[in-house]
Ligand binder design. Sequence first.
Ligand SMILES: [Mn+2]
Length: 321
Amino acid sequence: MAGLPNFKRIVADSDLDGLCAAAVLKAANPNAQVVFAHAALVRSGAMDSYIDENTAIVDLPFHENCGWYIDHHQTNRPSPKQEEEFIARGGVCHWEATPSAARLAYDLLSPVLDLDHLNEIMPIVDALDSGGISKEDFLADGKVLQLSRSLSLRHPEHLQNVLNLLSSGLSLKDLLQDEKISQHVDRAKSDRILAQKIVEENTMIVDRLAICRMDEKGVRSNGYLVTAWAGEDADACCIIHGYSDGAIETPDRPALSASFYANSFIENGQDRYDLSRLATSLDPTGGGHANACGCRVSAAGIESDLRHWLDIWGNRESLLR
Ligand SMILES: [Mn+2]
């Protein structure tokens, strides 16, 4: 790999984007160990012992101790000073505003590596990670959307299985026919039916913001499920997940968190407001993309945080433009 850094370990986000980015890197170095995480775990320091100069970090917040940083989230981008210091001590930084981190990794490695088996999944990863899924495709809930929802730190063996199959050159079609994979894909399909019901029963629209309370429920939803339900009546949604007695280290009982998503199903819905200002207004470790981001719920609690976010939202034309 001329010009690209060596790495022995990959720390990647545990969604379809992070997994595909890790599959690209692992195709270049099949012996690399892949550790899946999520943004809050990196920001809390819980991943520190996995991160050194031989670690590539993809689709996650910047960490100065890694050797290779690959990401596309606006709020994760190291400052010019951070980047300078990082490079001075031998780090390699690839930050680009690509639709997905997997796309960035693919663009970096496809000149030196045969990645043709990923050609079919890449456009779907891009669309899923940047709000580019059409309402029609979302409602059709195809196998790749189901696969993407099946990926979670709650099922680490499934993450490693999909990763190994993808990085070893299996086509998307063959991957989806694998029996073990199918079981997880089917689980994601039926989970969505349950999540849909919870969204319908626990979402209210306040001032064109759809607020969905999935806390204490053990079910998760992405933004698409809520914005599809809200239709033309909301510009964005806020989803509360987790448990009041949860912790970020326990995937089965996560801490309370809020996710903000623009309504990508309405015209110009994607780039109307910078929602990351909501995600960082109470939690300095919050962030992500302007149209998809998240943060922890503060010690003040859900009701208090929601009032704060709704105050900002009420002034969105001046504060979030
Ligand atoms: Mn991503």
